[in-house]
Design a binder for this molecule. Structure first.
Ligand code: SDX
Length: 382
């Protein structure tokens, strides 16, 4: 009997087309609807990139103004969503708060939509749902951090665009332009990355014609894992363990002896480096200068050069973004919720693409359990 060609983890398996983004490990490049992500990160506000992912084109000034007006209308934290977050244990992982909040928003929005046959929604309904989540997630993430610090929520400011307002609601102070720019770049870099585990999760849920909110909640669960979104949080734990650049060598000796995965390094698709890292590292460098933290840069660069030279495994986006978010003032536990606020744009673009040309996602498996056997004494009905 020929052995089946099992592709564990679907490694290297192409399962569908997508026009949303192109990840090219050969050229180490990433295109969002044809635009290099480096160009978008250097020139666009995150709102314009969200529009690009959803619509396939960058917005005109009028379209951007319309999106910004809708985003401002939904950036407040609804009282019932805040009450739901307050029911989540304070020491639960923040991704459980985010998932709880999105679940309630979805349940409330879909209430009364009648039969389950209608929940998948029209293009316009799903676009509205996408913008609503895009707009409210900053308030959810900011409130989560402030709740854990014992601080009251901060109301959004209509005079600030998305990135500046996100920082305002989190820190109750207006961030410097260099910090706003670095944060805006990080959100663009985290927005989309083809069929990664959480995006594919969203597409699987969507393929059953379930609703957008259910697909996003499932994607949040996938992103929580340390092999995926949880890695940027884990990078800071590693930095805390190592302490200073001088300790990198001994720390790495022990970590590799224990066969530990060094979070922030490696990638299923990119094998010679993650195309997003140089742009995020530039943002990190500006923050290192802005805050006078050369010690962070020394630790970052020493660990990178040591690990790459020993294992030939390169940093992924989580490696520069972890220390960057730390310098901006975000708590380590807030890092993966930040990833959700950015990636919700990619997830929802893929959800709408899946619906536009759907096929139920249901792969096969090869049985390797016990041979057929029967219950003792069982006699089939005549
Ligand atoms: C993201 O898919 C996406 O696009 C994801 C993402 C996105 O934008 O959506 O880019 C975001 O998830 C980035 C990845 C974040 N995760 C981490 O940083 C966790 C650490 N990384 C590893 O767990 C690993 O690199 C993966 C899971 C990311 C990818 O692993 P692969 O491609 O499945 O490869 P593998 O785990 O089979 O590793 C191959 C070898 C193994 O050695 P052997 O068992 O063959 O001896 O390389 C080793 C691994 O042990 N290896 C590592 C390592 N990554 C791979 N060893 C130590 N530390 C690492 N980080």
């Amino acid at each position: 009997m020929t052995e089946p060609d099992i592709k564990k983890g679907l490694a290297g398996v192409v399962v569908d087309y997508t026009a949303v983004s192109k990840v090219n490990p050969e050229t180490n490049s990433l295109l969002y609807r044809g635009y290099p992500v480096q160009e978008l990160a250097a020139t666009q506000p995150f709102e314009a990139v969200a529009y690009l992912l959803w619509h396939g084109e960058l917005p005109t000034d009028v379209q951007l103004a319309q999106l910004r007006a809708t985003e401002r209308a939904y950036r407040h934290l609804p009282a019932d969503v805040r009450a739901a977050i307050d029911l989540v244990p304070i020491d639960a992982h923040p991704m459980d708060e985010v998932r709880t909040a999105v679940s309630l928003i979805g349940a409330r929005d879909l209430a009364g939509t009648g039969s389950v046959l209608e929940v998948s929604g029209s293009v316009d309904e799903n676009l509205a749902r996408s913008i609503r989540l895009f707009a409210v997630l900053p308030a959810i993430v900011a409130y989560g951090q402030r709740r854990r610090r014992g601080q009251q929520p901060v109301a959004p400011r209509d005079d600030l665009d998305y990135a500046a307002n996100f920082l305002w609601m989190t820190f109750d102070e207006q961030a410097d332009d260099v910090v706003v720019d670095a944060f805006n770049r990080s959100m663009i870099l985290y927005a989309e990355h083809s069929f990664n585990a959480s995006t594919f999760t969203a597409r699987v849920v969507t393929s059953t014609l379930s609703d957008l909110y259910s697909a996003v909640v499932a994607a949040i669960g996938a992103l929580k894992g340390p092999l995926h979104g949880g890695a940027n949080e884990a990078v800071l734990h590693i930095f805390d363990e190592i302490g200073t650049a001088e300790n990198v060598g001994p720390w790495l000796d022990q970590a590799l002896a224990e066969k530990r995965k060094i979070m922030g390094f490696g990638h299923r698709v990119y094998k010679k480096g993650d195309s997003r890292v140089p742009t995020m590292k530039t943002a990190l460098d500006t923050l290192v200068e802005h805050y006078g933290r050369r010690d962070v840069a020394a630790l970052y660069e020493t660990l990178e050069s040591e690990f790459v030279s020993r294992k030939g495994i390169y940093p992924n986006l989580d490696y520069p973004s972890g220390p960057a978010y730390n310098l901006m003032g975000f708590d380590t536990l807030t890092f993966t919720p930040l990833f959700v606020a950015a990636r919700v744009t990619g997830w929802t673009a893929h959800i709408m693409e899946q619906l536009a040309s759907n096929a139920l996602i249901r792969p096969l498996s090869e049985y390797n359990g016990p041979d057929e056997r029967h219950i003792e004494g069982y006699v089939a009905d005549a």
